[in-house]
Design a protein around this ligand. Structure first.
Ligand code: MG
Length: 158
C-alpha cells in the first residue's frame, strides 16, 4: 500500500533571526520569523508526511500557542511526525522538496540538508530530493519578504 502527501509552508524573512532551512543553518542577512526555528522546508515536509497518513497538519500537533515549541529545533518536530506515521505502520518511501527564495544560493547547502533529513526519515540520502528556485523577483518571495517551500512525500506499508 502506498500513500502520497503534499505540504506547503511560508515564513517571513526579518533581520535578527537565524535562517534554518532543511535542518541547516544558512549564513544570511535575514532569517525566518516563527514560533519555532521557522525551518520552512522541514515544516512543509512534516505536513507532506502528515498529509500522506491523513494525520492532520503541523499546526494541530505543534500549536504556536504552546510554549513547549517556542524556539524549537524543527528536526525534533520532524522526528515526532515520523514517529506518528511509523506508529500507524507507515515507512517513508521518498520525499521531494522545493524551496523558493531569491537569496542566498541554496545548492551549496543541499548535501548537508540531505544528510540531516535522511536519518530522521530513516531512509537513504538517495530518497531525499531537494530543489531550489527563485520567484523571478516577483511577489513577496521576489521582494525577499519571505521564503516558501513545497514538499511531496510517499509513504508505504506492507
Ligand atoms: Mg512553518
Amino acid at each position: 500500500m502506498i500513500r502520497v502527501g503534499f505540504g506547503f509552508d511560508v515564513h517571513r524573512l526579518v533581520p535578527g533571526r537565524d535562517l534554518w532551512l532543511g535542518g541547516v543553518l544558512i549564513p544570511h542577512t535575514v532569517g525566518a520569523l516563527g514560533h519555532s526555528d521557522a525551518d520552512v522546508l522541514l515544516h512543509a515536509l512534516c505536513d507532506a508526511l502528515l498529509g500522506a497518513a491523513a494525520l492532520g497538519d503541523i499546526g494541530q500537533h505543534f500549536p504556536d500557542t504552546d510554549a513547549k515549541w517556542k524556539g524549537a529545533d524543527s528536526k525534533r518536530l520532524l522526528e515526532a511526525v515520523v514517529g506518528m506515521v511509523t506508529e500507524k505502520g507507515w515507512s517513508v518511501g521518498n520525499v521531494d522538496l522545493t524551496l523558493i527564495l531569491e537569496r542566498p544560493k541554496i545548492m551549496p547547502y543541499v548535501p548537508a540538508m540531505r544528510a540531516a533529513i535522511a536519518p530522521l526519515l530513516r531512509v537513504g540520502e538517495d530518497a531525499v530530493s531537494i530543489k531550489a528556485t527563485t520567484n523571478e523577483k516577483m511577489g513577496f518571495v521576489g521582494r525577499e519578504e519571505g521564503v516558501s517551500a513545497h514538499a511531496v512525500a510517499l509513504l508505504q506499508k506492507a
